[in-house]
Design a protein around this ligand. Structure first.
Ligand code: ADP
Length: 172
């Protein structure tokens, strides 16, 4: 599997699946979640509501992932995953690892080959970018998956630089 890094907006990626850093309500939020729902349109929210009424009545727990349509995005599916909120007092990194591992499992179940990821938990949820990048890249690198490209779409030059440095270190 190839890991690629791009600086840009995840909602513009022509891929099989876009991973969303959702919150557990699945009913939309700010950041990347807001951008995906805005650009993808109401079909995504309708499927999220149906998931809340059925399989995830209590919300989607942190570390898990579930797919919906991608609506009007140039992708086939959105894979919603809920990152952990960063906490200094408690190590929640297993939950962030799980977000990437579970998203790839969902991608495999859909036979998605090219998957775009944001830096889950590294926005409003407060995870330090370098640690978020280390967990993201190491987990995807180690995963047994049929995904052929994991594309990290970083919002801004600083996030892109951090991911590039961490990837270079993993490769080195
Ligand atoms: P979380 O609540 O999991 O922290 P956020 O959406 O707040 O999720 O942030 C996750 C990362 O996604 C942050 O680095 C943020 O800058 C980035 N981000 C926000 N909008 C977009 C977008 N349209 N495309 C790609 N990344 C985005």
């Amino acid at each position: 599997m190839e890991i690629t890094l791009v600086q840009g907006d995840i909602t513009e990626q022509r891929v099989d699946a876009v991973v969303n850093a959702a919150n557990s309500s699945l009913l939309g939020g700010g950041g990347v979640d807001g951008a995906i729902h805005r650009r993808g349109g109401p079909e995504i929210l309708a499927e999220c509501r149906a998931l809340r009424a059925d399989r995830y009545a209590g919300g989607l727990p942190a570390g898990q992932a579930v797919a919906t349509t991608a609506g009007r995005l140039p992708a086939r599916w959105v894979i919603h995953t809920v990152g952990p909120v960063y906490a200094k007092s408690e190590d929640r990194s297993h939950l962030l690892t799980s977000c990437y591992a579970e998203s790839l499992k969902v991608a495999d179940s859909l036979a998605a080959r090219v998957v775009a990821f944001p830096a889950v938990s590294a926005g409003v949820y407060g995870w330090p970018m370098d640690d978020a990048a280390r967990i993201a890249l190491a987990t995807v690198r180690a995963a047994g998956t049929r995904v052929t490209e994991a594309r990290f779409v970083l919002f801004g030059a600083e996030a892109y630089r951090v991911f590039s440095d961490v990837l270079a270190r993993l490769d080195g």
